[in-house]
Design a binder for this molecule. Sequence first.
Ligand SMILES: [Zn+2]
Length: 65
Amino acid sequence: MSDPQPQFTSTELKEWQQRLEEADRHNILCHCRACDHEWVASKPEPCVCGSKSVEHIACWQFPDG
Ligand SMILES: [Zn+2]
């Protein structure tokens, strides 16, 4: 039952939600665990840094609030 979700400040949450709104148009929010790069894509894809350790979060999977 462990939950690896990072903890956000309220400001970071707002930024995150804005990115999610953007991601909603592209379907998937990608977050690279290697270099911390974030971007949105229409399908899961590796990071530009070459790492495949990428988190793919479909907007509809992200919990509200
Ligand atoms: Zn990366």
